[in-house]
Ligand binder design. Structure first.
Ligand SMILES: Cc1cc2nc3c(=O)[nH]c(=O)nc-3n(C[C@H](O)[C@H](O)[C@H](O)COP(=O)(O)O)c2cc1C
Length: 270
């Protein structure tokens, strides 16, 4: 079979999970290409199965992933797809899988597999805990996540279908769940770029601007300035060598663990 795999990632979790699937497909003798979603190009993919992997942001998928899924052409023939979401807590994936499924169905896709993989949380500027875990804890969470992804990829190869079932996160009231989802989706993401700031320890090294997956950071007067295209992916905050980036409105990052998936080396940072 031929697989085409597409991901968006802030800190490498979704890439690691989709790469794990790719390895399983290749080991089983299939063809599998992987690449990052690209809004600049209209996709025309020819594959037996197309797979997507995105992180969950405030119970939904990142705005850039919504745009991407909304933009590609409707398939003329029914296209088999799978969708995997990485989450800091597999029970708090909210509407993320449903959002993917709905958008893909509109493009004449048959969802053959959907699911959530728990990976370390990367939302270091979240106004409330949990925050990224210490390294040893992260390594163990990744190990389990990769194992789960292998299982999923094997199921996909042998044709075991599985569709994610939505459940409200138990640790949230329904009111707070909808409030967080709707606020982030319709107000937060459009405005939160304004709240990124640097502590005095920023030395103007520009790594943040080099690694940003959406090129949303420019350097002015030797300091980063964020643009409205920022997806809140946390790559800049977690990779800043000076640990100098924070967000106002409760997004202090002093004394917190930094997190990025250990295999993750964003190309533009090299
Ligand atoms: C802005 C933001 C919001 C997030 N919201 C959630 C959430 O609602 N539920 C959850 O389980 N994890 C949430 N997370 C954690 C990420 O989904 C998780 O760490 C994911 O694996 C990151 O993937 P990546 O490294 O591919 O970007 C959030 C992360 C960020 C940056």
């Amino acid at each position: 079979m031929i697989f085409e795999l597409r991901y968006f990632t802030g800190t490498g979790n979704s890439l690691r999970i989709l790469k794990t699937c790719q390895e399983v497909f290749l080991d089983a003798g299939h063809k599998a290409e992987i690449s990052e979603i690209n809004l600049a190009e209209r996709e025309s993919m020819e594959a037996d199965i197309i797979g997507f992997c995105f992180p969950v942001y405030a119970f939904g998928i990142p705005r850039i992933c919504r745009k991407y899924l909304g933009r590609f052409n409707r398939f003329a023939d029914r296209q088999k797809v799978f969708a995997i979401i990485t989450a800091g807590n597999s029970k708090e994936s909210g509407f993320s899988v449903i959002e993917c499924e709905r958008m893909l169905k509109k493009k004449n896709c048959e969802i053959i597999y959907s699911g959530v993989v728990q990976m370390p949380i990367n939302w270091i500027t979240s106004p409330v805990p949990p925050f990224p875990p210490p390294k040893e804890e992260a390594v163990e969470i990744i190990r389990k996540g990769v194992e789960r992804a292998r299982g999923m990829a094997n199921d996909i190869i042998i044709g075991i279908s599985h569709l994610h079932i939505f459940a409200y996160p138990l640790s949230y009231t329904k009111f707070r769940f909808y409030k967080d989802y709707l606020l982030f989706r319709y107000m937060g993401i459009q405005n939160m770029w304004r709240t990124f700031k640097t502590y005095d320890t920023c030395n103007g090294c520009q790594v943040c601007a080099m690694v940003c997956p959406t090129q949303s950071i420019t350097i002015t007067d030797n300091r980063p300035v964020w643009k409205s295209t920022c997806e809140q992916c946390m790559r800049c905050v977690n990779l800043c060598p000076q640990e100098a980036i924070f967000q106002t409105m409760g997004g202090d990052t002093r004394g917190k663990h930094r997190y990025f998936e250990p295999h993750f080396h964003p190309e533009r940072a090299r």
